[in-house]
Design a protein around this ligand. Structure first.
Ligand code: DP6
Length: 358
């Protein structure tokens, strides 16, 4: 599908009022997206586990209006948030061509996250995908002929225009975003479910997120992505990521968990290596991030566990492990790793199935 396929032409505008509520999750990339061109086109393909417990719940009330233009109010956890408006306005302006109906309604957006406020967990993926699903619920009511597959595809397409990683938060448990020769149907415009059968060891994969640092990041993802222009290692990195996705696809199908560990940890460290070697350079890891990584390596060496880590663009550590190690690894996290977390806080999560309508 190309961008023109997402421009609608057929509506029944008789709906005066409507209200939809969606819960959509965050996701954690195994092969990372870092570097993009306009409009939100990734420089390489990426793949992520969709999470389950870390999610956003968003409702949008639509009220028909006579005036033209985008009009909305946004509330976050019960409070009106004027400071969220510029980002959401940019998003609505970007998607207006694909969702002309939004200018016919005043929108009242109410949003809340399941994870603690300013936990350092990126909320853009769950936040943008939840808005996208609410818009598609309206679109489906205005034009009942669109299929469920189209709804998901377009929601991912819209979410991507809000935040790249959000394109991977509509479905689960594994989603690929970015055109890749080995992944049928893959696209730079939207995420697709990983199309192959995954070995049992990778089903309901566990992710405990250690809240090492809950503060605001010094460098936003958007700024970080831009630093990949003129980056001395950029071209190699984009090629490596696509090669890694190819390898990971086989690993997931074959159940080669030791290779999974090596590849996933290398991806995390490479992402941060790109930050260390940007101009200007920056460091998002904190001392406790490194302490946790070393503890994980020691534990793995001592016990033969299949625990491993990944990082997103921040100091928090995602601890990944198969479901059959849930009890032992969670004891290790409580006894050993929680001391490196702010207020000993961590969130137990696992690979889930994507958004749900409430
Ligand atoms: C490190 O999706 O947050 O988490 O498209 O500018 O909103 P924007 O960036 P964003 O970048 C995510 C980067 C990452 C890796 C990943 O999720 O693939």
């Amino acid at each position: 599908m190309n961008t023109a396929d997402f421009i609608p032409n057929n509506f029944n505008f008789s709906i005066e009022k409507a209200s939809y509520k969606w819960q959509t999750p965050s996701n954690i990339a195994l092969v990372k997206y870092w570097g993009k061109s306009n409009p939100q086109i990734p420089k390489n393909a990426s793949i992520s586990f969709t999470l389950n417990n870390c999610h956003t719940i968003t409702s949008i009330d639509f009220e028909k209006k006579d005036s033209e233009g985008i009009e909305f109010e946004i509330y976050f956890e019960g409070n009106k948030k004027e400071e969220f408006k510029p980002k959401i306005t940019t998003f609505f302006e970007r998607i207006l061509e694909y969702c002309p109906y939004i200018s016919a309604y005043k929108m009242f957006i109410n949003s809340e996250n399941s994870f603690p406020h300013s936990s350092g967990i990126a909320s853009s993926a769950s936040g943008m995908s939840a808005i996208a699903m609410c818009l598609l619920s309206l679109e489906k009511e205005l034009n009942p002929n669109i299929s469920e597959d189209f709804v998901k595809r377009k929601a991912s397409f819209l979410a991507r225009l809000g935040s790249g990683s959000a394109s991977r938060s509509i479905e689960g448990p594994l989603v690929v975003w970015g055109e890749h020769p080995e992944i049928p149907e893959s696209s730079n415009l939207y995420g697709v479910q990983f199309p192959f059968e995954v070995a049992p060891i990778f089903k309901e994969y566990q992710d405990t997120i250690l809240l090492v640092d809950k503060g605001e990041k010094q460098v936003s993802s958007t700024v970080g992505h831009n630093l990949m222009f003129d980056h001395p290692y950029a071209e190699n990195r984009f090629k490596q990521a696509n090669d890694n996705l190819n390898k990971l696809s086989k690993i997931l199908q074959e159940g080669a968990i030791k290779d999974f560990i090596t590849l996933v940890e290398s991806e995390a460290l490479t992402l941060h290596a790109m930050m260390l070697t940007s101009q200007p350079y920056f460091i998002l890891m904190k001392p406790n991030t490194l302490k946790v990584i070393n503890e994980i390596w020691e534990y793995r060496a001592a016990t033969g566990s299949n625990i491993c880590f990944t990082l997103d663009a921040g100091a928090n550590v995602h601890v990944l492990y198969p479901k059959n190690e849930k009890d032992t690894v969670q004891s290790f996290i409580e006894e050993k790793l929680s001391q490196y977390c702010q207020n000993n806080q961590f969130i137990n999560d696992y690979a889930g199935l994507g958004g749900t309508k409430i």
